[in-house]
Design a binder for this molecule. Sequence first.
Ligand SMILES: [Zn+2]
Length: 310
Amino acid sequence: MSLEEKSRLIEATSLQAVSRKGIEQLYLALFKMTGGSPTLRAATSVCKAVERGGNVVITSGFTIMSAGRCETDGLIGSVVIGRLLNKMGVHIVYLTDPKYLSLFETLSEASGLDSFQCHGFPIGDELAEKEALKAIIDFSPVAIIAIERPGWNRKKVYHNMLGEDISDHTARIDYVFSQAHERGILTVGIGDGGNEIGMGNILQAVLENVTYGSVCRCACRGGIASVTKVDHLVVSSVSNWGSYALTALMASLLNMSFEHSSSNEKKLISAAVNAGAVDGMTGKSVAKVDGLGANVNADFVMRMSRILKE
Ligand SMILES: [Zn+2]
């Protein structure tokens, strides 16, 4: 099998593992646009961008309103890709909501990162716009990657999948993507719902296929569909899985080993929950990601690794 075929098989495996309303339509819309595996295209571009090392900004962290805490999805994906990037000589800057700094620090250490820093980004609109330019200048990233990071809608309002407004809990990191785009810095987005940074690439498909996509339940009435675009979008059933696929493909392209295993997956889910993260579906402190038990997540990692070894 070619790497293109393996990548498409991994994408199909992710979509088959859980039935989530609308996700297949989002993937098909994306595939139609890219004309080949979106994840492999993203992996190829990231590898090229980090050829000479440098800094990569990774942003994640999605607040679950019922718990007032960060969900496990996105968080774990961001440390798994961070670890490989470290091995490639890249320094990681995690950009998240101020209250999740220690969570990202704890998880980064638990997953063995040795070159990283965590930076809290402001929630207020005016300050965020100024800070976005400062972040680009201070960190001078060669690439910016969003994993399960809320993206604003056409009215610059952030929403969860229930159609509720989460803007008061969400740092306005979309400004950093606008700045990066203007400067030709590579941008990547990974999502599983339609309300994340990057989904602007397939806006029409989100409006048509996702519940509350076009009309939300908050006063803005603008829908949960994010309008923020990226150079490369990855769509997966679970955003962590999209990140694992991207990481594994980057490792394959560079003949490096992909060190994330099913046992490591279980370990990181436990570490995330112990550090304060919650299951995105229920808001509870249980070893789950998007309502899926640790075994289901570990099984995806195993199936993906098998495909890559074929
Ligand atoms: Zn709204």
